[in-house]
Design a protein. Sequence first.
Length: 386
Amino acid sequence: MITKQKYFTYDFSKLDTLMSKLKDDHSTHILNDIKDELNRFFNDAKCINVLFNINTDKLFFGMCVMPVLRDDDIDNIIKGTDIKVRIASYYVEIDSKLLELNLSSRELTACLLHEVGHVINDTSGTEKIKNAVSVYLAQKDKNLRENMDKDREIYRMGIETGISKLNSIFGIDDEEIIADSFVVACGYGDELSNAYKKILSSTGKLNKGVKNKLITLQWTLSLILHMKASRLPALHSLKMSEKVEPSILIKNSISHTVAEISKYGLQSNNEGALIDKISGFFDDVSYRDIRQLEDELYEYNIRVKNCEQEDDALILTRELNSRISILDDLMLSKKLNDGNFKKCSDLKNRYIYVRKQLTDKKLYSGKYLGIFQWENTTKGQQNPYL
């Protein structure tokens, strides 16, 4: 594992040499050598492949580091569990237009270290997305767990793309991203700063002033919440996006999502299906645990009344979302008699009321509210990529 220290003693000279060769030689041999160097240094995660995109007629995108999430990772992010999600594998894609900007080999290496490091080095990216989803669901008063198995692959596009873009120096004008202590520890702090200035001045493609870093994730959540009305417009929007998207990795993600959304037209309504497993503390919860949820509600009332800090509010939001989802799962299971079904329904409404008291306190800072500034008012027709 890479540990925090002022400077790493790793020798990056081979990676510098490989990056300098890319413009004239982007053969499989060179790309595999870059992959091997990444795997030698970032030894906690596996680079599956490095792609070189000969981009002649589409927008500049620089680099794309796309994480590969396991099913459990997606479930833990959407359900807001306490489990930390760390990226175990990823792809790298390099835009040929990046090599036209007169960056030195060390500046190219700095960009690569920054992009990969922010995706795999810690769990902050996935935690930010987890918090953003929790806040979004609380504000929309929605639950997204009813069809987790069916929707998981649609979530994948929004989450993986969100992780890729959240702290990227390409496409977002954000000085905080450039102040990267990890790249400084690698000995490439000045090179990253110089590279960013060259990219910003040469391409004119960075979205200056853009605050919504997770627009694709929001579009995905909104689509799932309005799937019946949004499915066909969303398919049209994604197919148009696929035609103009410069990144091969994102294009593949769009294509996969189109296939998943298309399945909705072939599947019967399965809203009453039994959810076999519920994550977290309540893995095998049944109607006998309704009383436990009732007892917990008293504690949550007190915690919400005394909550004055954003970090506490985020934890409470996740926990309340989880309990509301559990009650939904119980009601969907068809295992409850009429009396217990009513108890579940009443208890769910009481949890929703407590959650509303929490959101009304307005403790969430702009970094979470600002993530979802754009609202899908056309129910899937607006394109998240254009």
